[in-house]
Design a protein around this ligand. Structure first.
Ligand code: XUL
Ligand code: CO
Length: 437
């Protein structure tokens, strides 16, 4: 069997003292943290689109990525060969899951039937590779944003013919995801939004999006697909306003259209930041609604206000993410999908490994730090204490739903002023966090 990455052997855990750049210093798949292996906690996934299809272009210049295995053609053979390259990468880097769009794995051809046939043929190869390697599909999705027919949206297009094409694509992508044993299916509203309200009937577009997702729920039942549906929030880019702008907007949309039972959220780090939040904010909003499903792990750049899709490198950020995940009890169907690309300068195949190894290690450190903070207990204890007034007396009565404004008034009139409040101790708690990082 030919090797596509002859210079890279299987990445091993060598511990924190290792100087080998292609070794894990912290991610030790089998090591247990809070009674579960690191690989079970983290459930890493690799993004087919960034690893195999991203040429690393930018608005000022074309692609730089070296892909010596790719003949640049739209042939099924080329697509199948890419799948073999990808599985060698997964095996060597030690990532168990992957995610794809229909059009990443297989070419878009002259007609929908031809594209569907190509997708089936590539799915045959993906299934063979999965069976051979034990690798699994975290989620599949349909690319409803690249082709020019989707320039004005897909499920929110002003044009029913486009909407139908998008429906056909989702139907097929779900079928393939099901065939590959996918544990989830993601809807990212690539161009579901607007460039200007001046030419947009927003209410009509949102109603149509609601209908579209109900059709997907119906098809899921007919298929017998038991994977989890996710919506992935993003506030802007490519459109100026995306309807699924953040966790709160998605949850509101799902409630309004009676879809909340069928969907969870797939939160992407840099999307939350583009929405003007921290990632822990959007994760917490989703988790509080019982709807935190999966994570697209990446990072932005503090000085750039767009979706740079960089690999995560901040232990501080991963610690905060892991604190929320551990509190939630961990993933069920979801995982940490590296929706991240190398910089344009990192064009060699080997850079794919450096990027993922770093991302895996930084999440392993975040996991260990978060577990240590939980074991220490002072952070949780502080918060429990801060809100302990709600556990009994007046607080418990209010939380039990038994209080009226008249009773609150009687209480306030009959008691002294709340007085000087205890400190929030933000800096002390930030120091505590840093003690473990
Ligand atoms: C785009 C993005 C997508 C989704 C899947 O910003 O994150 O790649 O994750 O369509
Ligand atoms: Co994403």
């Amino acid at each position: 069997m030919s090797e596509f990455f002859p210079n890279v052997s299987k990445i091993q855990y060598e511990g924190p003292d290792s100087k080998n750049p292609l070794a894990f210093k912290h991610y030790n798949a089998e090591e247990e943290v809070e009674g579960k292996s690191m690989s079970d906690h983290l459930r890493f996934g690799a993004a087919y689109w960034h690893c195999m299809r991203n040429p690393l272009a930018d608005p000022f210049g074309g692609g730089t990525a070296q892909m010596p295995w790719d003949d640049g053609s739209d042939s099924v053979e080329n697509a199948q060969k890419r799948a073999r390259v990808f599985f060698e990468f997964l095996d060597k880097v030690g990532i168990d899951y992957y995610c794809f769009h229909d059009r990443d794995v297989a070419p878009e051809l002259a007609t929908l039937s031809e594209s569907n046939a190509a997708l089936d043929a590539v799915a045959d190869e993906l299934l063979r590779l999965q069976n051979e390697s034990g690798k699994k599909l975290l989620w599949g999705t349909a690319c409803l944003f690249a082709h020019e027919r989707y320039a004005m949206g897909a499920a929110t297009s002003p044009y029913p013919e486009v909407y139908a094409y998008a429906g056909a694509q989702v139907k097929k992508a779900m079928e393939v995801t099901h065939r590959l044993g996918g544990e989830g299916y993601t809807f990212w509203g690539g161009r579901e939004g607007y460039g200007s309200l001046i030419n947009t009937d927003m209410k009509r577009e949102l109603d149509n999006l609601g209908r579209f997702l109900h059709m997907a729920v119906q098809w899921k039942k007919e298929l017998g697909f038991e994977g989890q549906f996710y919506i992935e929030p993003k506030p802007k880019e490519p459109t100026k306003h995306q309807y699924d702008s953040d966790s709160a907007a998605c949850l509101n949309f799902l409630r309004e259209y009676d879809l909340l039972d069928h969907f969870k959220l797939n939160i992407e780090t840099n999307h939350a930041i583009l929405a003007g939040h921290t990632v822990e904010h959007d994760l917490d909003v989703a988790a509080s609604a019982g709807a935190l499903g999966s994570i697209d792990a990446n990072a932005g750049d503090e000085l750039l206000g767009w979706d740079t899709d960089q690999f995560p490198t901040s232990v501080y950020d991963t610690t905060k993410i892991m604190l929320i995940l551990l509190k939630m009890g961990g993933f069920t169907t979801g995982g940490l999908n590296f929706d991240a690309k190398r910089r344009r300068e990192s064009h060699e195949p080997e850079d794919l490994f450096h990027a993922h190894v770093g991302g895996m290690d930084v999440f392993a450190r975040g996991l260990k730090a978060a577990a240590a903070i939980r074991a220490d207990g002072r952070l949780d204890e502080f918060i429990a204490n801060r809100y302990s007034g709600w556990d009994s007396g007046l607080g418990a009565k209010i939380e039990g739903g038994d209080a009226s404004l008249a009773e609150l008034e009687a209480h306030a009139l009959g008691n002294a002023e709340p007085g000087v409040l205890p400190s929030g101790r933000q800096e002390m708690l930030e120091n505590l966090l840093n003690d473990y990082i």
